[in-house]
Design a protein around this ligand. Structure first.
Ligand code: GCO
Ligand code: MG
Length: 447
């Protein structure tokens, strides 16, 4: 006797009985055969338009994707911000992404992500990944609105009541950095990233040989590895002495030292118990992570410059760093970032998503929804969202006592006032090429 038939007959009987009893148990087999019996889920919804919203109210090009749907008034907003190549991302959105997505089913986020990702044949690049991220985040925004719940609920709900953040303590001297760190602790921050004059301490070095020789551009900067190493040791020393042992201190090396110098500097920072040292190497030098691990137990954060799984899978699998610092729009949005977080969980790598000024408030919210819902959350770079930006982006995340809070509205919780945004169009010239840093002889270094 064919058991399948028996099982089907059984389900039918149960179904009929429950129907008889008015319970109306859903019968998947019957539904499969008869669309009319299918569960009345959400009405199918089509994408009707995908467009870029670009604004530059404070000197940083912010790019969003707006996905409009066949349900009047229902749309989603996602972050596609890549300020160094803003115009290229806008073109990718308004042309390729719109043509590819219009008419497609809004609900199938994973399928839309995968088909869009491979629709360019060549993939894993910063421009197309940012466009894809804008689409992806907007689709999650729509799904949250349709489900009438914040996106973190769709990602599995809260693992914590709020999002712990770190703030940057800069300064022109080690004393100034330590004072700033103390002030931030008084404002409620438990984690502080200390930087002497931004990245590479370039403000303490001037008139290098290449400038005297008239080589390079006037705006090119010079970084003296000796002054940088000395300054970094001093800020840790001064800050620990002034702020005590408890505060968690981090530092961003921004991949500027030669790898062996980076390893030696990190070893000499061990006594200051750094919470993490960020970007000791460029992605091109990922291979040095193995040697670094052999030489020190200082926790490492890596990845804001990663665009491709080829860059993060092995180092995570081999536990070569402790925090993944990915800029989620640079890899394609929430969908891939959740996969990175899950991979990290398996190898005890925590998240520390990239969240500086060149992430839009929508992107900060997307970081926040993931931060709330993944178990292996580490720390979040704190968003500094001005009142001007809050006007353009109602529902932006906010900070209190060093914690970030997101808007608990359905979706991602952040909207865009398009009229206000349009008042600050992108400048025609590319404003933000990344800083050109050179050695004394003029050789360009990783940024
Ligand atoms: C950080 C980063 C940024 C980047 C910037 C590039 O850790 O926050 O290093 O400051 O340099 O986002 O555009
Ligand atoms: Mg960094």
């Amino acid at each position: 006797m064919n058991t399948k038939l028996n099982r089907r007959a059984l389900i039918k009987t149960v179904g009929a009985l429950s129907l008889g009893a008015g319970v109306g148990v859903f019968n998947p087999l019957e539904a499969a055969e008869n669309p009319k019996k299918q569960l009345k889920g959400l009405p199918p919804l089509k994408i009707t338009n995908v467009k870029a919203i670009a604004t530059c109210p404070e000197g940083t090009e912010l790019i969003m994707v707006k996905v409009e749907t066949s349900e009047p008034g229902l749309y989603g907003i996602g972050c596609a911000t890549f300020r160094q190549r803003a115009h290229a991302v806008v073109a990718a959105i308004n042309k390729s992404l719109n043509d590819f997505c219009v008419g497609k089913d809004v609900d199938n986020i994973e399928d839309l992500w995968q088909t869009t990702y491979q629709s360019s044949y060549w993939r894993n690049g910063p421009v197309l990944n940012n466009a894809l991220s804008g689409l992806d985040q907007a689709l999650w925004d729509i799904k949250g609105k349709r489900a009438n719940m914040p996106v973190y609920q769709l990602l599995g709900g809260k693992c914590r009541w709020a999002i712990d953040t770190y703030e940057n303590a800069g300064g022109k001297s080690p004393e100034e950095v330590a004072d700033t760190a103390l002030r931030l602790m008084e404002e409620g921050f438990r984690h502080v990233r200390i930087q002497l004059g931004g990245y590479g301490t370039t403000h303490l070095t001037n008139n290098p040989d290449f400038k005297q020789a008239g080589f390079g551009m006037d705006r090119d900067k010079f970084m003296d590895p000796y002054i940088y190493r000395k300054g970094t040791l001093e800020i840790f020393d001064k800050t620990r002495k002034l702020c005590g042992e408890k505060v968690e201190l981090m530092h961003d090396m921004h991949e500027r030292l030669q790898p062996m110098d980076a390893i030696n500097l990190i070893k000499s920072l061990e006594e200051y118990r750094p919470y993490f040292i960020e970007d000791p190497f460029s992605p091109e030098n990922n291979r040095y992570l193995k040697l670094l691990r052999k030489n020190t137990s200082v926790p490492i954060a890596m990845g804001e410059l990663y665009n491709s799984p080829h860059e993060w899978i092995d180092p995570i699998k081999d536990q070569l760093f402790d925090f993944i610092r990915i800029h989620i729009s640079q890899i394609g949005g929430i969908t891939p970032a959740m996969k990175v977080a899950r991979l990290g969980e398996a190898f005890n790598v925590r998240t520390a998503w990239h969240g500086p000024g060149d992430v839009s408030p929508v992107g900060h919210a997307a970081n926040g929804h993931i931060d709330l819902s993944v178990w292996n959350f580490g720390i979040q770079e704190s968003p500094n969202i001005s009142d001007k930006l809050r006007e353009i982006f109602p529902g932006s995340p906010y900070l209190k006592d060093g914690y970030m809070f997101i808007n608990e509205a359905p979706g991602l919780g952040v909207d865009v006032n398009e009229k206000l945004a349009a008042k600050y169009p992108l400048p025609d010239v590319q404003l933000n090429n990344w800083t050109q840093v050179r050695k004394n002889d003029g050789t360009i270094t990783r940024p």
